[in-house]
Ligand binder design. Sequence first.
Ligand code: FES
Length: 447
Amino acid sequence: MANRRLAPAAEQPESFAFSPENATWAKGQIEKYPEGRKASAVIPLLWKAQEQNGGWLPQKAIEAVADELGMPHIRVLEVATFYTMFALEPVGRFWIQLCGTVPCDSCGARELKDYLQKRLGPAGHVSADGNFSWLEVECLGACCNAPMAQINQDYYEDLTPELLGTLMDDLAAGRTVKVGSQIGRVSSEPKDAVNTLTDPTLFDGSRVGAWRKRFEEKEAEESTGEAESSEQRAATDPKPARPDAGRAVGTAAMDTPAQRSAAGQTPVTSTDKAQAADGTDSTAQPNPPVEKAAAETIAEGEAAGAEAGKQSALPRSEPPPQPAASGASEGEVAAEAEVARIEGKLAALPKDASPEQKADAVGTRPAGLDAARAGQPDALTRIKGIGPGNEARLHGLGIYHFDQVAAWTRDEVAWVGTYLAFPGRIDREGWVAQAAALSGQPKLVSR
Ligand code: FES
């Protein structure tokens, strides 16, 4: 773990003050808390100060936040030096936070650290080309896909020194990179063969089906209306928990990348990507036999109850909607599909294609303005995912206002995402919806 010290005096600016827009934003944050509890806003204010200062926190910014919140300087310094999300020294264009906690360490983080030492020098220093700086940090919560690193705002997982090196080369060259697992697994599914919960009766419905049938028979008996009060029943015959307990039963064994990998097949296929693109569940099997067996078991129990005229009086609640089998959210699946589509198109371009050429190959450039209306641009950094750097690049495209971002079409999102070298991220972070909310317009539907 690195020491957390302020940058040397020579690198510290002489002053810091929030821009008028950020000052208004800070005021809004403070107002969220009751009188006398202003200090609760310390983290968001430090974060905004760091963002305004190009990605790191100078001493003057820490003091300005303390003054704003009426806190002693030392208290805010304690916060800033505790959390590694606050950079205390200037950072490179890509700030690498390498997790060095035990799960990542035992999966190879030490080799990654050696690699970064060798390529960039000691932690906390910006590389000569200004592209990179790095820091070892504690667990970032992606241990399932260890070892991992956060680079700017994205996570890169399942890293090896070779993969990290390629990733850094691609970032430096402005090439498209894939966030998340670098070996193709989806979310945090098993990396290799499945070694736990392998008893097939857990999944083929037989174990749960038998239990459920017994439960339903008991329910049917109770619905005949014996006079026994619920209190008496509870005392003498505690009711078993519902077998589904709010979950789906008879879950089919899934065709996961891990299983394919164990069988010596390619974990993620082009069919997965194509299905993700059209919204199909890539792991769903057409009427898989185990699922059918489970459904039949359940149906048998229901039919028996109905036949005897003893249909349960209790409402049968539907199982709650389940997430996609891959565990990815809708936004993540859409973003993955977008990345796959764009990667396909970019593969046909020469390696030295400019960001504009790449963007033109995948989408349509959104119309820009010559200047902000009335000389007053909106603070695009209020859109989560847009920092000062990207705000400046958007200004370079003539994008100054929330309503411009809110009006982007799918093709325009693809163009901007590729131009900024992070296709899929605009979808994942919901820039368009955020901008619509900020501009006071209703949420726009994808076109
Ligand atoms: S230990 Fe590295 S992310 Fe948790």
